[in-house]
Design a protein around this ligand. Structure first.
Ligand SMILES: [Zn+2]
Length: 593
């Protein structure tokens, strides 16, 4: 029986490019996890999209003299390009600017309102008379009331780091035109988190056994220390999803409130686009479904506390409002394996200082699998890690090329040459042959369990350890010498090594899909390991939007040891990886900053 696995990935803001820290933080671990579960034969929905709304996007539009819609479309197109080149196989990568997402987000809002989890309160906010509008916190600058720094942002002072109350800024001015704003009263909806606290604590306690310590600390630990308090979920903004209540024109749902709803709306959009509009229920209303949220540590409270509160609070009313039929409860997160951060050459990654390795730029000079390899071995699963260019070159040369690439290449080339392009038919397997095959076959359980627990570094390191075992086996068997005295014995050794490599190909495929797919061809298989990504243009009342989709895998369910048949035709192999010169690290460092 197959399981339904939701792979939910943090929605990138459509106002900047994606760098290696973002990739190793969420997109890559999610993709490895999704590919594994598909190979296992499970039903996977991996979803995300561009966060098109919110002040970061509209601020950038104002700065560039363009519209938020154009800013979002530009960065969104770059995301789709990157994910195809890096093989991040979203079943659907969409955006928050779709009619479907508007409807789903508004339905969650209305369900919370119906269930009594929303209340209205007035607050003071800066208003720009010159523009006739309220200014979001990030649109106001002024003097920090803590340290006196003259250019503090409304939400935070870059000099002393304090999170500021924008209304207390000294000498405030509008970032748009420099005029002086005035404080006015404005009303907003608040999510009554205090009322939901006991349900959220129960939900988190049930996950204490297996969640990452940092995630529990920032959710359960924080609640037990400080309690939960109401949080404003609307804003005075015109770029976003309108508050679906009469006389609330000019106000939108807060970007954080609506973006997390994207996990649900994207699954619904995927089901529609796949021609099975009811299929989303299998991941969202079936109690057996498991959902995994791949995010960075800066997003933990929103995914481990606020999103579950929205799901609990909406109760059965979401279905009644959205589908006009008896609803069922929506599935709560099973795991939130948040990653820490990746730094670069010992310093924090900073887009504005160009202290970053950008995904698309990297892929214009290097292949995708070496990037996926380095980012997995260096994934910040339990603490911050560091991208270091020397480390990248060494891991590429000493591990990827030396341990795995050379193993596959020398056995395949040798076989291709001496057995006329066919897998040799072995004689009876000897104890050493049986032993190495048993060792590799045990990897399907060992590597699989680590991936299921989202210990991806450990999983890849176990797969590489198995490759080292095959190298040791070959050093012992030495078919290159054996062939001179006994071709049948050499055939048995080569067959054993090929079968081990064929199994390793599957174990490594979630991490290194491009080279595993090539190896699969060299080994003579017709059926690809993975499906195909493609871009589709969808249309609704808001206009058109491009989404990235994924065709189901032809080889779903092949997570099991090789049964390589003797006599199978091979395809002439080429090396899987290339060795990098030491000077690469120096050249790449020179591009930074
Ligand atoms: Zn300050």
């Amino acid at each position: 029986m197959s399981d339904h696995i939701l792979v939910a990935v943090a929605w990138p803001y459509a106002n900047s490019l994606i760098h290696v820290g973002n990739i190793t933080g969420s997109h890559l671990p999610a993709d490895i996890f999704a590919r594994y579960h598909r190979l296992k034969g499970n039903q996977v929905a991996m979803v995300s999209g561009s966060d098109a709304h919110g002040t970061p996007v509209s601020l950038r539009a104002d700065a560039e003299g363009t519209t938020p819609l154009q800013v979002y479309k530009k960065f969104h197109a770059g995301f789709l390009d990157l994910f195809q080149k890096l093989g991040i196989t979203y079943d659907l990568f969409t955006s928050t600017h779709t009619q479907n997402h508007f409807k789903v987000a508004q339905s969650i809002f209305l369900a919370l309102k119906h269930e009594g989890y929303l209340y209205v309160e007035s607050q003071q906010q800066w208003y720009a008379p010159s523009q006739g509008r309220f200014l979001p916190d990030r649109y106001v600058e002024g003097t920090c009331y803590v340290c006196g720094y003259p250019n503090a942002r409304g939400d935070q002072c870059d000099n002393c780091g304090t999170l500021l109350d924008a209304t207390q800024l000294i000498d405030p001015r509008s970032k748009i035109d420099g005029t002086t704003p005035e404080l006015r009263e404005t009303e907003h909806f608040y999510l009554d988190l205090g009322k939901l606290q006991s349900s959220i604590v129960d939900f988190l306690r049930q996950r204490e056994g297996y969640w990452r310590p940092n995630v529990l600390r920032q959710s359960l630990g924080q609640i037990l220390a400080d309690g939960l308090h109401g949080r404003a979920i609307t804003r005075d903004l015109d770029w976003g999803i309108p508050v679906p209540v009469e006389d609330w024109q000019g106000k939108c749902l807060y970007v954080w409130f609506e973006a997390v709803i994207g996990y649900l709306s994207a699954t619904i959009e995927w089901a529609q686009s796949a021609g099975q509009p009811e299929a989303w229920h299998d991941w969202w209303t079936s109690p057996a479904a498991k959902s995994f949220y791949f995010i960075g540590k800066d997003n933990i409270p929103f995914h481990a506390v606020i999103w579950p509160a929205q799901l609990v609070g909406a109760g059965e009313w979401f279905g009644k409002i959205f589908e006009s039929k008896d609803g069922t409860r929506l599935v709560l997160p099973y795991d939130v394996p948040a990653n820490e951060f990746m730094n670069l050459e010992g310093q924090k990654i900073s887009g504005s200082r160009n202290w970053a390795v950008w995904g698309l730029d990297f892929l214009s000079r290097f292949d995708p699998d070496p990037l996926r390899y380095y980012l997995t071995t260096n994934m910040p699963e339990s603490k911050d890690t560091d991208w270091d260019w020397n480390g990248f070159v060494h891991r590429n040369n000493d591990e990827l090329v030396a341990t795995w690439g050379n193993l596959a290449n020398r056995v395949l080339s040798f076989t291709y040459k001496h057995w006329e392009g066919h897998v040799p038919t072995p004689g009876e397997l000897r104890p050493a042959d049986k032993e190495i095959l048993a060792t590799i076959e045990a990897g399907f359980q060992g590597v699989g369990e680590q991936i299921e627990a989202v210990h991806l570094r450990a999983a890849l390191s176990e797969a590489m350890r198995l490759a080292t075992e095959v190298n040791k086996y070959l050093d012992q068997a030495a078919p290159w010498f054996e062939i001179k005295r006994d071709k049948q014995a050499a055939a048995t050794s080569v067959y054993t090594a090929l079968r081990a490599i064929d199994s390793l190909k599957i174990l490594i495929a979630p991490f290194l899909p491009f080279t595993s797919e090539r190896l699969n061809i060299y080994l003579g298989y017709q059926q690809p390991l993975f499906g195909k990504q493609f871009v589709q243009t969808r249309e609704d009342e808001l206009g058109t939007h491009d989404v990235l989709r994924y065709d189901p895998d032809p080889a779903a369910g092949v997570w099991s040891p090789s049964k390589l048949p003797g006599g199978q035709s091979l395809v002439q192999p080429l090396p899987l990886f290339r060795k990098l010169d030491e000077s690469v690290a120096e050249e790449e460092r020179a591009r930074l900053g």
